[in-house]
Ligand binder design. Structure first.
Ligand SMILES: Cc1cc2nc3c(=O)[nH]c(=O)nc-3n(C[C@H](O)[C@H](O)[C@H](O)COP(=O)(O)OP(=O)(O)OC[C@H]3O[C@@H](n4cnc5c(N)ncnc54)[C@H](O)[C@@H]3O)c2cc1C
Length: 406
């Protein structure tokens, strides 16, 4: 399939479209659970599975009727693999591709270093499908295809979630895991840089696919960065971020932006030569408050995943962070630790890695750094390994076996 030139124009109104859903009278029956988990992505599923395995009654509400493609580079770091393994997710059997190298390309230079930890890549559609199935198997009650519109305290002190069909669900405790989407009344701060992210799948030309094999490549260009890596099914994920003012310079059009990235980064142009785009148009999101770590918890709400912290995407650590925050929140809840204390402890534990990742991201966006970085890495490839380690979230997990090891 050829990508239809000029057919795709990025529009903010294209984003966050609600999928039409059907409702049933059964869904109108009020429900009271011990825990409500809002959002069935990585963090919400992980928390639901862990709570259900501890015998807690959990209802998980996910707005999509079935898992779909999400804007994500789909890189699974060593920490993410450990947490997924502990949840019973065997990424190798799902077709995950082992990733052993990281390459950095800017202007006309590229440098490579081995990753200092096992890593893999797997599409979010496959991963989210497996996580939802594991949640159901653990006994989680799943409500899908309907979105939470409001979350409020009732006069009796319970939380009440109202869905888009008017049904209400009540619980003493709520885990907020709606990821990139904020719930009305529980929003995160604005994103001053006004980042926009895109994801597109490509079938690369055979020579390019074999050169990319087992590597995650980071490409730098003015106004942002992008990553390309193989995923299951013999295809490649290309995911990129750009500040809105740079996108404005190319008329907010994806095909213009892609052409500009290829021009600014010849390595990307080489990878995408004769590549076949596999989605009719890229999927996109806005409002990515990189560097955000939630300070406080409102009224005892446990906030996890992107609702707790948003790490710069180039680290490939968002999924690991989502799993980590879910695990910590469940441990805190089971230990009767108040949500406010959990959120404060999480913040102080994440602060140094987050600030370091932000510093590194600023460096990637600096034109001088962009020009010299690959050269420095060639001379001293160890710097890439050090950066990779420092920007990872510290893990307590002791699971040693990796389903995917190079
Ligand atoms: C450009 C980019 C590239 C990235 N690349 C990587 C990478 O390579 N590796 C990595 O580890 N991380 C990466 N990340 C980060 C990673 O995608 C996120 O950190 C991770 O998905 C967060 O998980 P989550 O569970 O919080 O949110 P999600 O996985 O997004 O799940 C949230 C869920 O909530 C549901 N939901 C939303 N609103 C409602 C509602 N009102 N009612 C009910 N359900 C709702 C959504 O449908 C969704 O399923 C990247 C992020 C970006 C922006």
């Amino acid at each position: 399939m050829q990508y239809p030139a000029g057919a795709v124009q990025f529009q903010v109104s294209d984003l966050n479209k609600e999928i039409p859903v059907t409702t049933s009278n059964l869904n109108q029956i009020p429900s009271l659970d011990e825990v409500l988990v809002l959002g069935g992505g990585v963090a919400g599923c992980a928390a639901s599975i862990a709570l259900a395995r501890k015998g807690r009654s959990v209802t998980l509400i996910e707005r999509e009727p079935t898992p779909r493609h999400k804007v994500c580079g789909e890189f699974l770091s060593g920490e993410a693999l450990e947490d997924l393994h502990a949840l019973g997710i065997d990424v190798a059997s799902l077709g995950a591709v082992p990733i052993n190298y990281v390459r950095l390309a800017a202007a006309r230079r590229a440098a490579e270093a081995p990753l200092p930890f096992p890593a893999a890549s797997l599409t979010r559609k496959t991963l989210d499908t497996a996580l939802i199935a594991e949640a159901i198997a653990a006994g989680v009650r799943l409500v899908r295809g309907r979105s939470v519109q409001a979350l409020e305290r009732t006069t009796s002190g319970a939380w009440q979630a109202t869905l888009n069909d008017g049904a209400t669900y009540e619980a003493a405790t709520v885990f907020l895991a709606t990821g990139k989407q904020d719930l009305r009344g529980h929003t995160r701060p604005a994103d001053p840089q006004r980042w926009i992210a895109f994801k597109m799948y490509f079938r690369l030309a055979p020579a390019q696919a074999s050169e990319l094999a087992r590597a995650s490549e980071l490409m730098l260009y003015p106004g942002g960065y992008g990553g390309i890596q193989p995923v299951e099914g013999g295809i490649a994920n290309f995911c990129c971020v750009v500040q809105q003012r740079y996108l404005a310079r190319v008329g907010h059009r994806w095909e213009n932006f892609l052409a500009k990235m290829r021009q600014d980064c010849p390595h990307l142009a080489m990878r995408l030569a004769s590549a076949e785009p596999l989605l009719a148009k890229p999927i996109a999101i806005t409002h990515i408050p990189y560097g955000y770590i939630r300070r406080t918890s409102e009224n005892g709400l446990y906030c996890i995943g992107d609702q707790a912290a948003v790490i710069p995407s180039f680290t490939g650590d968002g999924i690991s962070l989502a799993l980590h925050t879910a695990r910590c929140a469940v441990a805190a809840y089971l230990a009767a630790e108040p949500a406010s204390l959990f959120q404060a402890k999480l913040r102080s534990a994440l602060l140094s890695q987050m600030r370091l990742a932000e510093l590194a991201a600023d460096g990637l966006n600096n034109s001088l750094a962009r020009a010299v970085l690959p050269f420095c890495l060639r001379v001293w490839p160890g710097v890439m390994r050090v950066t990779a380690r420092l920007t990872r979230v510290a893990q307590q997990a002791t699971v040693a076996t990796h389903a995917v090891a190079g």
